[in-house]
Design a protein. Structure first.
Length: 93
């Protein structure tokens, strides 16, 4: 599985968002952006409902992830989008 598919940004709680997955060489940048690394976060598998919307499933696992304040969600998303595009271009070659 590629690094791009393994990274996912989720709204984790009322106060936080989390990047789960294989961050690779980007951990220093995430730390500079104010992220805190945790090894025991609960991750719930998303499932598709009958109306086509993604909802949170009840299959829970423990994963490592980078936690950020929820108010930084868009900033983190904007950072990850070019990173993912760059990785996709690299993987295509």
């Amino acid at each position: 599985m590629s690094l791009v598919r393994e990274m996912r940004l989720v709204r984790y709680s009322d106060d936080s968002c989390v990047i789960f997955g294989n961050i690779g060489s980007y951990k220093e940048n995430l730390e500079r952006m104010g992220g805190t690394f945790h090894t025991d976060l609960i991750s719930r598998t998303p499932i598709m409902s009958s109306n086509g919307r993604e909802t949170i499933g009840n299959n829970e696992t423990t994963e490592c992830g980078w936690v950020f304040p929820k108010k930084q969600y868009e900033k983190i998303q904007n950072y990850l989008n070019p990173v993912c595009r760059k990785l996709l271009l690299t993987l295509a070659h």
